[in-house]
Write a protein that binds this ligand. Sequence first.
Ligand code: SAM
Length: 292
Amino acid sequence: MERLTSPRTIKYIIEKYGFRFSKGLGQNFIIDESVLTRIIEGSEVTENDLILEIGPGIGVLTDVLCQNASKVVSVEIDKSLIPILEETVGHHDNLKIVTGDVLKIDVKALIKEEFGDLKPKLVANLPYYVTTPIIMMFLEERIPVSDLVVMIQKEVADRIVAKPSTKAYGALSVAVQYFTEPSIVTKVSRGSFMPMPNVDSTVIRLKVREVSPVELTDEATFFLTIKDAFGKRRKTLLNALSSGFLSISKSQAKEALDNAGIDENTRGEALNIDQFATLANAIYLVKKKEDK
Ligand code: SAM
């Protein structure tokens, strides 16, 4: 078979298997060979690496992952792609294909079964409609992977790496930067996919932190603080914190802000992750005082 990135191959597959692209499942397959090279280089995949892939599609990325890594486990939701994958990548004896919805299957159990106590790298061209839920599921549930190297919509990647006091900076930036060290691997234009999506993409690498970058008294309060601070972006912190999920009064919010050394008129978007941690720890103490 010709290269899997070749539109001729894709046409052959579509005709042979009567395959129909599902927009709802975010099926945009890579047709640009250089994108594959950039993903492999960016994820620094070596022959010792274990890989978990989400959404192999017709196997374009799966094929190069199998050529470069020790073992690849790919999870695909669309059953109609399974016979196609058998033809395109079934010859790799270091590949296991699992059918299922990555958001519904027990990914921790799958990793344990396939990789034991070793942490694979997650490498994937993620379906657009579930990019953030998939990333946040891996981070919040602390699914044991060492890195997430994922192709996502450019705007989402921009939000993930954004710095304080920029338009793109928000709750997603702080949450992902808390769990990982993010970096941009490469930008990919919409013309590199078939069918062509309406958006450009970015490959991003999220290196999962072994040690927390900040000291937190209570992680749940930290996330609620971020949620409230960005939930009402135009409000001052004093107003945003006292009218959200934290359930604290204005005077409690003021006390916590004072204790954290943060001006009550500041907006959430100006705080860096260290300041959010200091603020969350102060809020936790103020709330605890009330419980007594
Ligand atoms: N890896 C291929 C490539 O790069 O050409 C295909 C990538 S395509 C953007 C996304 C793939 O994810 C599709 O094959 C789609 O069927 C699959 N997919 C969509 N939602 C999924 C889910 N919840 N769990 C597992 N796979 C999913």
